[in-house]
Write a protein of this length. Structure first.
Lengths: 446, 97
């Protein structure tokens, strides 16, 4: 609540009366309300904000001292945790030198304001991003992707204000298209959701985004973020589409969904709140056609659930992200499949019979949805899990192995795209990465 | 000793508006309730209305459905406009969880 109030531009506190969750459950004893009635009256008559100052400008510095560098580093990490700025894993303190080094990765001025991070409303500048990236072990060449992701996150249509605080454990998924993915060592193949020491960019960028969500946006577990489980929240999910293995005629996600030219650097941000590995491949003597069709049905069967989180994006978002490896995409393309025909298949075969939806209590949630198109969909039997086939996000990503595909359950009113801008000195930054991490081309990877 | 200076990562905040002024008394006042209709609001908020009207002579608390309800509506400008037009002296907002 304090975050929400702060995000509205009010002092970050409020006259509020807090009760344990028990009183808000069906059939609860509401007598505690009576016992504390005078707190309500005081809230309306006597309450005063305890907040006395407004802060602005450049991020202040804090200091620690230790008997050695190791001791100071330990103390810095302790301070980051006690100030609720850490995530439980070791961090690099964002020293001025480290932040200055990272800020070379953008064309934007250090003080450029990207927006106010919800729900707390912390002012988010280029420097804020660089500080988080420094803490997360990032490098300057990662900064353009992080800034684009933060900008997408802050898009008013992302609904980040609610998703940051809601109990549904939403996490941002950042899909990268364009040559920058390989240049900065983002993974699109085996283990693309990480971790990967040869392609570490996704971990640092996603962790930096998560730190901003917490430190600037106020999404602290159980305080500012009521996410029950908080899955994927150390590094979020930042990876690339495997454009090298897109079959002929298949377009990259960014081109299909956002209209960006193939070869342009871009990100696409989706909120998800669940992931499922699907065993896609057949086990015996299936033909390629049988193997493909059975796999498609197994994927559709996973989608055909009353996932009420998906209502968030019923009209314009996505029910989820389906990832298939390049080797499967190539086989499917050979059989005449395209991303479009896959989406149409999934839309048709993931529909839920109305009786099943009723049994699961789905209609009550659909009836109270803010979107008229979603409410109207209740007349349909079977009920489509999303308003139109184009809403499904299909990506070619994952290792060169045909057995599994991956489904990330959507919880996102929109799929937000942003182009990524790199500075003129970008080649120099990539050369520094080669110097520091060794050759980064495919030929050099194990 | 080794000193390590590093940036506070929390970002600044900006206070652009003041909280509403508090009332001197609740006696004789009209109070509105804006609710997201969640978390047993249909039980807790009518009880609150009853208590206020019992404890403060002349106080009138509007019914919980006097204004649009539900998460989708309570944050709308239209709802704020209706609250202002109603002439209430104070508003209680519930429930967050």
């Amino acid at each position: 609540m304090k975050n929400a109030v702060s995000g509205l531009g009010l002092a970050p506190d409020a006259a509020m009366i807090t009760f344990p969750i028990d009183m808000f459950l069906p059939g609860s004893d509401i007598a505690p309300l009576n016992a504390r009635r005078h707190e309500f009256y005081a809230g309306l008559t006597q309450w005063k904000s305890a907040f006395s100052q407004s802060t602005s400008g450049a991020a202040p510095l804090v200091s620690v001292e230790g008997e050695s560098y190791e001791d100071a580093l330990d103390k810095a990490n302790h301070l980051l945790l006690t100030n609720l700025w850490g995530d439980g894993l070791p961090l690099w303190p964002a020293t001025r030198e480290r932040v200055d080094r990272i800020i070379r990765g953008t064309v934007l001025p250090r003080t450029h304001v990207i927006g106010k991070f919800p729900p707390r409303g912390g002012i988010t500048t280029v420097e804020t991003c660089a500080i988080a990236l420094a803490m997360a072990g990032g490098r300057p060449e990662y900064l353009p992707v992080l800034i684009a992701a933060v900008d997408a996150f802050l898009d008013p249509e992302s609904n980040a204000e609610q998703l940051q605080a809601a109990s549904g454990s939403a996490f941002p998924v950042v899909i990268v298209n364009g040559p920058i993915a390989k240049q900065i060592r983002l993974n699109s193949g085996f283990g693309c959701l990480g971790p990967d020491p040869q392609r570490p960019a996704g971990a640092s960028i996603g962790r930096a985004l998560r730190l901003i969500q917490q430190n600037v946006g106020g999404a602290l577990p159980g305080i500012g973020a009521m996410a029950n489980y908080g899955g994927m929240r150390y590094t979020n999910a930042v990876f690339a589409e495997d454009e090298d293995r897109l079959p002929d005629g298949w377009q990259p996600h960014a081109t299909e969904r956002h209209g960006y030219q193939r070869g342009a650097n871009s990100i696409s941000l989706v909120f998800a709140n669940g992931v499922t590995n699907i065993r896609r491949r057949g086990a015996k003597k299936e033909t390629a056609e049988e193997d493909t069709l059975q796999g498609m049905h197994r994927m559709a069967d996973f989608m055909r659930t009353p996932n009420l989180a998906g209502l968030a994006g019923y009209e314009k978002g996505t029910p989820g992200i389906l990832m298939i490896p390049g080797v499967v995409a190539q086989t499917m393309a050979g059989l005449g499949w395209s991303k479009k025909s896959m989406r149409e298949f999934f839309w048709e075969h993931s529909k839920i019979p109305a009786a099943d939806l009723r049994r699961a209590g789905g209609p009550a949630w659909i009836e109270i949805d803010a979107n008229a198109i979603t409410r109207e969909s209740l007349k349909l039997d079977p009920w489509p899990i999303t308003a139109k086939p184009d809403n499904f996000v299909i990506l070619v990503a994952g290792g060169g192995h045909p057995t599994n595909s991956y489904w990330m359950q959507g919880y996102t009113p929109r799929v937000i795209g942003r182009e990524v801008r790199v500075p003129e000195s970008f080649e120099q930054l990539l050369a520094e990465a080669d110097r520091d991490l060794g050759c980064g081309s495919d030929a050099c990877m194990i | 000793m080794v000193k390590l200076d590093f940036h506070d990562p929390s970002g600044s905040i900006e206070v652009t508006q003041a909280h509403a002024r508090r009332l001197k008394t609740l006696e004789g006042k009209r109070i509105g309730i804006v609710t997201n209709e969640q978390w047993q609001a249909f039980r807790t908020l009518p009880l609150l209305k009853q208590m206020l009207e019992q404890d403060f002579p002349g106080a009138e608390v509007l019914a919980i459905d006097a204004f649009p309800q539900g998460n989708a509506l309570i944050g709308e400008e239209e709802t704020a406009k209706l609250v202002k037009q109603s002439g209430v002296d104070a508003v209680i907002i519930g429930n967050a969880a």
